[in-house]
Design a protein around this ligand. Structure first.
Ligand code: PXL
Length: 284
């Protein structure tokens, strides 16, 4: 069994980051070690405030202990991290890598055209340094724009613009790019998977908050944590030997299943737990 280290925050409530990665990577049949980047009472998307304990100071100590113990990892998967953690993370990925270790970077910066609360405008340039040595990066459209120094477009991207963004993301130094939130027609949304030579698309029907009860408050509302579900399943599938395209397609199916299983009143996350049996079945 492969051992993956994921580095991202613990949002104690909110169904995102580590509370999603640990169960989903495990459900893929991959050992999931964790290094929490911070502990928050809840995620920053829609709650009225949150507590925040930065764990940057622990990182060099944990790294030193792992080196002493000879602990290594077959993969690194990073998510929501702080500015001060880019160098400590690069150091851990250098010193605790088993031969051939894979680097999967989800450059968590923002969504829907905006940086997440608490991130400074110069953070994307720092996150780009993590992307530079990545085997796979998994930005959404907003993150792709910020990483390449652009202002996110509100009205979507054409295929030509998408291919241009992907080329620019490769130029950051990433070997494979999985761009999420790609949509060339309103009812379909998916990802573009590029190895630097060819780009393949995977699309699914665009799901919206159910409004059967007529509750307009949820119509068009965002689905928090779906990027983390996508990245976690993608990472697990890569470790299980799937191609990047297959991993992205399976990850998207699990996101769709989780969204479909979520009642409209559950605003802060999606019910990914209900998709775990499907994931375990797909990966045997
Ligand atoms: O899902 C991304 C994410 C992770 N961690 C924290 C967040 C968010 C998005 O809002 O606030 C703390």
């Amino acid at each position: 069994m492969k051992r993956l280290l994921t580095i991202q925050d613990v949002s104690c409530v909110g169904q995102c980051s580590l509370t999603v990665a640990l169960p989903l990577v495990s459900a893929c049949g991959v050992e999931c070690a964790v290094l929490p980047s911070a502990v928050l009472s809840n995620h920053t998307g829609g709650f009225h405030g949150w507590t925040f304990a930065d764990l940057t100071g622990e990182m060099p100590k944990v790294e030193a202990k792992w080196r002493e113990l000879g602990i290594g990892f077959d993969a690194f998967y990073t998510g929501y991290v702080c500015e001060s953690q880019i160098d400590p993370i690069l150091s851990i990925m250098d010193s605790c890598a088993n031969p051939g270790a894979v680097r999967i970077i989800d450059p968590v910066l923002g969504d829907n055209g905006r940086l997440y609360a608490g991130f400074a405008p110069d953070f994307p340039a720092k996150m780009a340094r993590l992307c530079a040595g990545a085997d796979y990066i998994l930005p959404n459209q907003t993150e792709a724009a910020f990483l390449t120094g652009e202002v996110p477009k509100a009205d979507g991207y054409t295929e030509r613009e998408t291919l241009d963004i992907i080329a620019r993301l490769h130029r950051l130094g990433a070997r494979n790019v999985v761009l999420t939130g790609v949509s060339f027609e309103p009812e379909l949304i998916g990802s573009a998977v590029s190895d630097g030579r060819t780009v393949k698309y995977d699309f699914n029907p665009r799901l919206r908050r159910r409004t059967a009860s007529g509750c307009k408050a949820f119509e068009g509302a965002v689905f928090h944590g779906t990027g983390d579900i996508f990245a976690s399943v993608f990472a697990g599938c890569i470790m299980r030997g799937r191609s990047a395209f297959d991993a992205a397609a399976i990850a998207a199916d699990i996101v769709c299943a989780a969204i479909s299983a979520t009642e409209e009143s559950h605003w802060y996350g999606v019910r990914f737990e209900r998709a775990i049996p499907e994931l375990a079945k797909v990966l045997g």
